[in-house]
Unconditional design. Structure first.
Length: 380
């Protein structure tokens, strides 16, 4: 199937699960916990919704198709997906992680994975090669690119080549760009994770997570973990993500265009000391992103010159909502130090340049002039 990604977002649904014979253009919500068997030793392919559900299977096939993976597995949230991936490892295994990650993943690794006996080693993959940190016990490298919130860019092909030469798995959390703009499996990664809550759903109304596997063996292991742990995506939520994906291409294009405008506008403001957006030619990861992604996304981070301005801004913004999360149609502003990164130790925040003057924008799809007017009235 040679369709381009924008077409796939809309039409993969018609090519996926075929259990429905009504011709429904929008895939039905199979709100059933269990499925009847025709006879002894027979199955329709559906037994119980923790194992398989047609609506969930449909969204899994669509997401796997967008990432060109062998299989996709849908979870009840992005963190459920990350947690399931960590179940691939055993006590004593070392997992190399990037220094700048979603705060919830940092908490999972330090509060749970380490307690379970994994050795989690943090390095800055945007700056250093993981080669020197690989031991006989090392099993995987886990990162996001661009990172959250500092927008560091990791060269996916470079890291996967090193990982492959040592037999390690490369796991990429691709939430920030979505499969519309970046496909890590095509660059050599083994597993791709999405918080479907963000761009895939796109409307800030549903929690979801996905793991897309590049090999049948990994897919089988993760299906086993998923049915055993049980943090699966509900039929209704699967449908909401299916619906969200239909406009993924349009939303990403518009949000990205708005993000460019805002990044350039903020750069001109005297109150702003730093704008970190990989689409700006001065960004250190700009060249790598041009090589490995089809765009720069709609997340940007900026630093104001005074902590007091943070309070003022967060109080005064009217259209732009002060809320956690990202990837929806609404523009949201986040204060990482007290929100997404509240559980990250102070010295790690400092190492990553996250201070009390840093704010993150998830740019939505509103009219750009209204967004700029809102920022202007709040900053001035
Ligand atoms: C939000 C997010 C997660 C966690 O996803 P939830 O759906 O909130 O559980 C993981 N990684 C990244 C990059 C995220 O932005």
């Amino acid at each position: 199937m040679a369709y381009r990604v924008a077409t796939k977002c809309i039409h993969l649904e018609q090519q996926g699960v075929t259990c429905d014979r009504s011709g429904a253009v929008s895939f039905p919500i199979y709100q059933s916990a269990t499925f009847a068997h025709p006879g002894l030793g027979e199955s329709t392919g559906y037994d119980y919704s923790r194992l398989q559900n047609p609506t969930r299977q449909q969204v899994e096939e669509v997401v796997a198709g967008l990432e060109s993976g062998v299989d996709g597995i849908a979870f009840s949230s992005g963190m459920a997906a990350v947690s399931a991936v960590m179940e691939l490892f055993s006590p004593g295994d070392r997992v190399i992680i990037d220094e700048d990650l979603y705060g919830g993943s940092v908490r999972l690794f330090s509060a749970i994975s380490e307690k379970n006996g994994l050795e989690i080693l943090r390095i800055n993959l945007a700056k250093e090669s993981p080669e020197a940190y690989i031991t006989g016990q090392t099993k995987a490298i886990f990162f996001e690119t661009p990172t959250n919130p500092m927008m560091n860019v990791v060269d996916i092909a470079k890291v996967t080549a090193i990982a492959k030469s040592h037999g390690l798995l490369t796991i990429v959390d691709n939430t920030f760009l979505s499969p519309y703009l970046q496909n890590p499996l095509a660059l050599g990664a083994d597993l791709v994770i999405h918080s479907g809550t963000k761009y895939l759903g796109g409307h800030n109304d549903t929690l979801a997570g996905f793991v897309v596997a590049g090999t049948a063996k990994l897919a089988e292991q993760l299906r086993y973990i998923s049915k055993t742990i049980g943090a699966v995506l509900a039929p209704m939520d699967s449908w909401l993500i299916l619906r969200g994906i239909k406009t993924l291409a349009l939303r990403m294009e518009k949000a990205q265009q708005n993000a460019f405008h805002i990044a350039r506008w903020l750069e001109e403001r005297p109150e702003v000391v730093r704008v970190i957006y990989p689409g700006l030619p001065g960004h250190p990861g700009h060249g790598i992103m041009k090589k490995q992604a089809r765009g720069f996304g709609a997340m940007l981070t900026f630093e104001v010159n005074d902590k007091k301005l943070v309070e003022k801004l967060l109080q005064r913004l009217k259209l732009i909502l002060f809320a956690e999360s990202l990837g929806g149609v609404e523009t949201l502003i986040t204060y990482p130090i007290t929100q997404t990164h509240a559980d990250v130790p102070a010295e790690r925040l400092a190492e990553n340049g996250i201070n009390d003057r840093v704010l993150r924008l998830s740019v939505g799809i509103e009219d750009i002039s209204d967004l700029l007017a809102d920022l202007n009235q709040a900053l001035s």
